[in-house]
Write a protein that binds this ligand. Structure first.
Ligand SMILES: *[C@@H]1O[C@H](CO)[C@@H](O)[C@H](O)[C@H]1NC(C)=O
Ligand SMILES: *[C@@H]1O[C@H](CO)[C@@H](O)[C@H](O)[C@H]1NC(C)=O
Length: 448
């Protein structure tokens, strides 16, 4: 049976499962091999290899992306960390200082960011009028005809059927701006039963139920498997960060964060994790490719001449837009993009239902983030799920597809500033993880 079965499963993109079973390596594996055995050579569900991704990310993309994310536009993220957990009550608010998030003083955040999601140069006034009308909730007769048309267009954008996330109401008085640079994602000590409960719910309740896990996974269609791999990739990425920015030393004078190889091994070593770790790392690359593809696809939206990374500082805003476009063009030139057309491609009705399922499950996951007890982790959890949700919205938006690529920039497709900030910061996190893997690979080289 081996061959034809293998071929079938391979068609479904599940070869990675089988391959993980044939661990016929010679001789004892080194510590590095035990973590990285699955992340070399070709990845499944796509035609690319890890080495190409590493080179592309670590030397071309990563440094410029970091620079972009340090700009005012991208460093301030508005978030409501006080939303109640919709699923259970007994949240252990972790009292650790490292869990605390320090919100911005309102005068720290540039006015341009606070005043509106973003503005278009000549149309700034028009948009402001629109937003005002929108807040009033109706198309006011007294508005100019042009404005009325724009308002209608605007509300159409707010089409939540496209959205993969339940987003915070950023008008709520509980929503506050956070400076992401001052609240970096790193080890907080939040782990054990509470953290485990969150991931458990995410996997068990939302990953389309898995019990006899691997036989289940083999039987799944490509979309459901992809969903699981995205979540697993996100989990892996977060764990890479926590291992790379581990609290190594604490005295009352200073705190020192850095790489903890032991922690990394506990999360990713093939033997210590019974084979799970290397698979998780592989899923991290899968997630990387998905977000990369979304960014390449959304380029026309950012190329619109009227799009600005508006903070109010004209010179800086223009420079940042240039940097952003440079990065996106680079991403577009990546030769081995994931083909999202393999998703939701089958029978139309079936595909529609799957996509809807996918969306509902993902929304659920974004709600679970409100149950994370450690505020720092909640912040980054929310940001990264919103970012991934935005990537999925881009990949599966029919509005964008309908307008691509010949018909030029799409004016129907729309991203809010929050979506833009989360999209790029989330990708920045995955990009950092891929970069960190190289560091860990080197560190592990000296260990057996
Ligand atoms: C590294 O992490 C392990 C747990 O995985 C911990 O026991 C150890 O103390 C950490 N090392 C340092 C230097 O903090
Ligand atoms: C969402 O999560 C809740 C609580 O875990 C669960 O009861 C519900 O079935 C989930 N819905 C979906 C669509 O996953």
């Amino acid at each position: 049976m081996g061959r034809s079965w293998g071929f079938l499963v391979g068609l479904l993109g599940a070869a990675w499962l089988l391959r993980s079973g044939d661990g016929g390596q010679q001789g004892p594996e080194t510590a590095a091999q035990r973590c990285f055995c699955q992340v070399s050579g070709y990845l499944d569900d796509c035609t690319c290899d890890v080495e190409t991704i590493d080179r592309f990310n670590n030397y071309r993309l990563f440094p410029r992306l970091q620079k972009l994310l340090e700009s005012d536009y991208f460093r301030y993220y508005k978030v409501n960390l006080k939303r109640p957990c919709p699923f259970w009550n007994d949240i252990n608010q972790c009292g650790r200082r490292d869990c605390a998030v320090k919100p911005c003083h309102s005068d720290e955040v540039p006015d341009g960011i606070k005043s509106a999601s973003y503005k278009y140069s000549e149309e700034a006034n028009l948009i402001e009028e629109c937003e005002q009308a929108e807040r009033l909730g109706a198309v006011d007769e007294s508005l100019s005809e042009e404005t009325q048309k724009a308002v209608l267009q605007w509300t159409k954008h707010d089409d939540s059927s496209d959205s993969f996330c339940e987003v915070d109401d950023i008008q709520s008085p509980d929503a506050e701006y956070v400076d992401l640079l001052l609240n970096p994602e790193r080890y907080t000590g939040y782990k054990g039963p509470d953290a485990w409960k969150i991931w458990n719910v995410i996997y068990e309740e939302n990953c389309f139920k898995y019990n006899t896990f691997y036989s289940w996974l083999e039987g799944l269609c490509v979309e459901k498997r992809a969903f699981y791999r995205l979540i697993s990739g996100l989990h892996a990425s977060i764990n890479v960060h926590l291992s790379a920015r581990y609290l190594l030393k604490e005295t009352w004078l200073e705190k020192k964060w850095g790489h903890n190889v032991t922690e990394f091994q506990q999360r990713f070593d093939g033997i210590l994790t019974e084979g799970e770790g290397p698979r998780r790392l592989k899923n991290l690359y899968f997630l990387y490719l998905i977000e990369l593809r979304a960014l390449s696809k959304v380029l026309p939206f950012f190329e619109r001449p009227d799009f600005q990374l508006f903070t109010g500082n004209k010179v800086q805003d223009a420079e940042n837009k240039m940097l952003l476009l440079e990065i996106l063009h680079d991403i577009k030139s990546f030769p081995l993009h994931f083909d999202e057309n393999s998703f939701f491609a089958g029978d139309k009705k079936e595909a529609h239902k799957l996509k809807e399922d996918f969306r509902l499950h993902f929304r659920n996951i974004s709600r679970i983030m409100d149950c994370v007890g450690c505020f720092k982790c909640r912040l980054w959890g929310k940001l990264q799920t919103q970012g991934l949700g935005t990537a999925l919205k881009i990949l599966f938006s029919e509005k964008l597809i309908a307008n691509m690529p010949e018909s030029g920039p799409s004016y129907e497709f729309y991203l809010t500033r929050q979506e833009i900030v989360s999209l790029f910061n989330a990708f920045g996190r995955i990009s950092t993880s891929v970069r960190e893997l190289e560091n860990f690979r080197n560190l592990l080289q000296n260990i057996h």
